[in-house]
Design a protein around this ligand. Sequence first.
Ligand SMILES: Nc1ncnc2c1ncn2[C@@H]1O[C@H](COP(=O)(O)OP(=O)(O)O)[C@@H](O)[C@H]1O
Ligand SMILES: [Mg+2]
Length: 309
Amino acid sequence: MTGDVLLSVEDLTKDYPWGLLWLKHKRVLHGVSFSVSQGEITALLGHNGAGKSTTFKILMGFLRADGGRVLYRGEPLSRKARSYIGFLPENPAFYDYLTGRELLRFTAELFSLKRFEGRIDHLLRLVKMEEAANLPLKKYSKGMVQRIGVAQALVSNPELLILDEPLDGLDPEGRQILRNLIVDLKEEGKTVLYSTHILQDAERISDRAVILVKGKTVKEGRIEDLLGGETSEYEVSFKGLREAPPGAKGRWQLRGDTLYGILEKEEEVQPLVQECLRRGGQVLSLVPLRRTLEEIFMELKDESNGSRG
Ligand SMILES: Nc1ncnc2c1ncn2[C@@H]1O[C@H](COP(=O)(O)OP(=O)(O)O)[C@@H](O)[C@H]1O
Ligand SMILES: [Mg+2]
């Protein structure tokens, strides 16, 4: 059912071998934990090197974790459960001389599917690639490669899609098409887990976000809860006043003939507006300023730098 936990990732750790003869180990995941609910879009957010791809490779079974566990519908993630997961790797590279349609046919044959032409037509429509379906992949733009890659990940009709940086390297239009596609997947009933370091994209389309900093989950929650919280501010603007009333809290600035104020507390807003009106001002706007993920991210990064001394 929508909202049920589909995937739980619990305290994953991972060491990569390195150094002379790979005798040393470097820990890149230090405790990655999060859950993915059915029918939702979950963003795994983190800067380059945070451990997003490593986490996905463990989920897909390409790498073995050194600690922690992954549950799928409450059971340890098995080979069978992995057959319900579709995957788009980071920077996918396909056979240059196949056409988009041939790539999807090839994939359907790998999965031993029968009578798949109808499904392939549907997928080509879904990813808006009908027109380019018969062009060789080497003629595709980066955005087209990502879209055919999403279609390929969908061939086996998985219930969960894991997309590693699907928006990376795309121009604004390409990003918008991909964002819309991710939302369309949700509307098709799919659950989507994708990674990105582009926070604005995550804010627009995700239900939940998981923030990774240096191989560790530092925050997880619904987008609106991550963005809400005690530090949201209010911006007010007035005409007809040159300065804030004496004793007014907040930060104030006169730009042209408009006076702008930023207030930190909701309870400051009403008395301030009344006082400004009493002094002959006119309210132009009152806007609650939501925190952006970018701000949350910067704070978390500062905290994690601080804790390392
Ligand atoms: N095969 C590997 N061998 C050694 N170190 C690796 C390997 N793959 C990734 N790393 C390191 O692990 C860390 C996490 O990388 P990655 O999971 O690719 O992060 P992200 O996808 O968030 O950019 C980085 O420091 C990266 O250099
Ligand atoms: Mg990566």
